[in-house]
Design a protein around this ligand. Structure first.
Ligand SMILES: Nc1nc2c(ncn2[C@@H]2O[C@H](COP(=O)(O)OP(=O)(O)OP(=O)(O)O)[C@@H](O)[C@H]2O)c(=O)[nH]1
Ligand SMILES: [Mg+2]
Length: 350
């Protein structure tokens, strides 16, 4: 088990934040080699300040993700696979446009689950208005509230016409002004990969597609990418995955490529909000175990969340590795945990 994940597991056990801070300091003191400590001690004053500022920002940051897609595509299943939210639903908005949008409040991560198009003309209009309103909403810093909108397509369905309409006509025109931010804010998931060929070619022993289904999914991703490019000019990388079928009263089937989906989410959102997302990831290992293996996504997520970020701030990969390895993701107690890391660093720095 890698060090960050070990730290994550250990810290997760502490729930009382005061108790926790003291324990994190102790944990980090043990986890870090003398070499790494010396490296961190030797940073310049501005570098030290920048790292602490980033941690402070991360402690206070709230990430917001909007999830949308046609009825039954798997929005709830996906949210649950990513973040284990089965019991976290906290209700809906009160005005007509947002009353169908369900909110999950995980503290530093807020998920919005909105129906897409394809119900009835009246409902479609209401849902489109609700999505547009959310996409344009601003937070108290006057920044766009929604960091990423994840549009889920049902990979088992051939006709995706209404989903393309949702993407190109409802979402794309309301992603904001900044061209780079527009592309980063849009993420496309193609769910139910296991059913893409009507259930054929799914390797249910290893929880992944066999070669033939793999090619089929790659072609599907390619054609979705092309249609979105043609429809609204945005270049996006659709990700096929399976949240996992769930039968009433039984555990959800293992997921496929949820690790990859999280990786893309993390990559898309501002660096100070990444810890907020990752710290809420599902602790059920069945969710993050099976993927296409093109990258070690779980490891890459840690890098994107801490190692690379710190490396950029402090101007060196070695420093990123030293510090990144001690920044844990810790669920709803993240504020306390980051407080612990800050405390540790202050004692080391000065
Ligand atoms: N085979 C398979 N079934 C899935 C997968 N993901 C979700 N499902 C099933 O698809 C059905 C709909 O999933 P939900 O997560 O409820 O879909 P939703 O988009 O939230 O649906 P609404 O909220 O009604 O719009 C459920 O029976 C899920 O178990 C998957 O990856 N594979
Ligand atoms: Mg749902």
């Amino acid at each position: 088990m890698s060090l960050p994940y070990r730290a994550f597991r250990i810290v997760k056990q502490f729930n009382h934040s005061k108790f926790m801070v003291a324990n994190i300091v102790e944990l980090l003191n043990k986890a870090l080699s003398d070499n790494d400590k010396a490296l961190l001690k030797g940073l310049s004053e501005p570098q030290k300040q920048k790292i602490l500022q980033w941690l402070e920002d991360s402690k206070n940051a709230k990430a917001n993700i909007l999830v949308t897609g046609a009825t039954g595509c798997g929005k709830s299943s996906t949210i649950n696979a990513l973040f284990g939210t089965e019991e976290a639903k906290v209700g809906t908005g009160t005005d007509p446009e947002t009353m169908d949008i369900q909110k999950y409040d995980l503290g530093n991560l807020i998920l919005w689950d909105s129906p897409g198009l394809g119900d009835s003309p009246d409902a479609d209009k209401r849902h489109a208005d609700g999505i547009i309103k959310k996409l344009e909403e601003r937070d108290s810093n006057n920044e766009l509230l929604i960091d990423v909108v994840l549009v889920i397509l049902d990979g088992s369905v051939r006709d995706m016409g209404t989903s393309y309409d949702l993407i190109t006509q409802v979402i794309a025109p309301h992603l904001g002004e900044n061209p780079e931010q527009r592309e980063k804010r849009l993420l496309i998931g193609i769910n139910q990969a296991d059913m893409a060929m009507k259930g054929r070619n799914w390797d249910s022993e290893n929880h992944k597609p066999n070669a033939e289904l793999g090619l089929f999914l790659a072609e599907k991703e390619r054609s979705v990418r092309q249609r979105i490019k043609d429809g609204c000019g945005l270049s996006v990388e659709p990700i096929s995955y399976a949240a996992g079928f769930k039968e009433e009263g039984k555990p959800q089937e293992p997921s496929y490529n949820i690790s990859k989906l999280l990786y893309y989410i993390v990559e898309s959102i501002p660096s100070k909000k990444r810890l907020a997302v990752v710290s809420n990831r599902n602790t059920d290992e069945q969710r993050y175990k099976y993927d296409d293996g093109e990258k070690d996504y779980n490891d890459e997520v840690t890098k994107k969340t801490a190692t690379d970020v710190v490396g950029d701030i402090a101007g060196g990969a070695a420093i990123g590795a030293a510090l990144g390895s001690v920044i844990p993701g810790v669920g709803t107690v993240i504020g306390g945990a980051i407080g612990g890391v800050c405390g540790f660093l202050k004692s080391l720095f000065w």
